[in-house]
Design a binder for this molecule. Sequence first.
Ligand SMILES: [Fe+2]
Ligand SMILES: [Fe+2]
Length: 262
Amino acid sequence: MTRILHLSDLHFGFHRAALVGPLLERVNAARVDLVVVTGDLTHRGRPEQFEAAAKFLSRITAPLMAVPGNHDVPLYNIPVRFLWPYAEYDRQISPDRAPAKVACRARVFGVNSVDPLAWQRGVVHGEDVDRITASIAVPEVNIVALHHPLQQLPQVDKELARDAPDALARFEAAGVRVALSGHLHRWAAEELLDLGHRHLLQVQAGTALCARETDLQNEFAVLDFDGDDLRIERHIAPMGQAGFGEPEVSELSYGENGWRKA
Ligand SMILES: [Fe+2]
Ligand SMILES: [Fe+2]
């Protein structure tokens, strides 16, 4: 079995400070093979926010990988955003913004989907898709991890990242079975399969720590891969509640027609 924990949208600098301890406790208690952080580690990409995020990550005991989110490059400091957008990310998190890791029978390929020129929207570069699809190894579970979603439910009012539909189709055809994403601060997983790409399950995480009231809750997910089966635990901390409740569990399995509810 391969156990992966998916954290997204920590937003240090605008985070629920009282939830940091309970979150760390849950993350370390889960004893996972890999923690994947899909961007927005900070709220405004400021040095002290990266310092807080790096301190948090250093207290996670499991192996870890991260990719940047749009909030990890400065929004208002235009010269820095255009000239050195990743200076603080590189210095305090990692100079590798698209890491790849092996965790038991899973391979996780990070993608940097941030576009400093289109701050909110993002982009999935064709060269990144080329690089990853050339490295796919079946029967391992191949997973991509990026901040911006590859697809989204029709009610989402944000614009999809540039070239995301093309990347989704190419990843799916090449054998990527799961995409981990964030950005929307709203959970979605199984219902995305109904959009037509049944061979690639996108796990669209909510925000693990952002304090924005309209996000309603903070959460993270634990994914257990066992052969063709996948068990997903969602650990949820509603706003106004001190910590995380009992996890909600859903089970899926992968077959020749793609993913379906077990
Ligand atoms: Fe975010
Ligand atoms: Fe974002």
